[in-house]
Design a protein around this ligand. Structure first.
Ligand code: E4P
Length: 219
């Protein structure tokens, strides 16, 4: 399973990218607003940091303007993926853009029905929002599993980006379900690498090694 980072914060992207584990970035209008700066400049800077798909979202809701924004965003870099909400004009736009070779990420997906529509429109990615489903008492992972099973059964090329990830268990659950990608907030990456037994084990190894004689560059 590939990892994308779900943020528009340049420092967070640089730090997690330095781990060598990032395949892409997702942003949304709220994350862009939280980060500040000029939208197009922020997106362009992100494309210069991570060499992979970078999702930038349209804010129009009518076909003509969704297409206008999508085409403008796609000109920023070859790695831009245009994020489009699953609404009627959004779906029409995905179908048109996919024929133009513009990659799309259909967002705000909360059901298998929505994911199937997006896949049939030629979406490159669909983003089911796990955390927000859990928040309303539904099971985010069940929706991801349903989408995964249907996409496998019907051999769709559309990839699943498990989104709205709130904790490390979400990451592990979607990996077990077989999602293609998890888009993960900065804090969850930091949580993923931590384990108390790792800290304790490392402390003991370093303590035990203190009196060992070594040659050369080893401490
Ligand atoms: C997905 O691409 C979205 O940016 C994101 O995962 C939304 O997550 P949230 O529910 O934590 O806002």
């Amino acid at each position: 399973m590939k990892f994308f980072i779900d943020t528009a914060n340049i420092e967070e992207i640089k730090e997690i990218n330095s781990w060598g584990i990032l395949s892409g970035v997702t942003t949304n209008p709220s994350l862009i607003a939280k980060n500040g700066g000029v939208f197009e400049d922020v997106v362009e800077e992100i494309t210069s940091i991570v060499d992979g798909p970078i999702s930038a979202e349209v804010i129009s809701t009518d076909l003509e303007n969704i297409l206008k924004e999508a085409r403008a965003l796609s000109k920023i870099s070859k790695n831009i993926v245009v994020k489009i909400p699953i609404i009627e004009d959004g779906l029409k736009a995905v179908s048109i853009l996919s024929k133009e070779g513009i990659k799309t990420n259909v967002t705000l997906v909360f059901s298998l029905s929505q994911a199937l529509l997006a896949a049939n429109a030629g979406a490159t990615y669909v983003s089911p929002f796990m955390g927000r489903l859990d928040d309303i008492g539904k099971s985010g992972i069940e929706v991801v599993k349903d989408i995964q099973n249907a996409f496998l059964k019907y051999d769709y090329d559309t990839q699943i980006i498990a989104a709205s990830i709130r904790h490390t268990s979400h990451v592990e659950l979607v990996a077990k379900a077989g999602a293609d990608i998890a888009t993960i907030p900065y804090k969850i990456f930091k949580d993923m690498i931590k384990h108390d037994l790792t800290d304790k084990g490392l402390e003991k190894f370093l303590e035990d090694f203190k009196n060992v004689k070594t040659k050369g560059d080893l401490k």
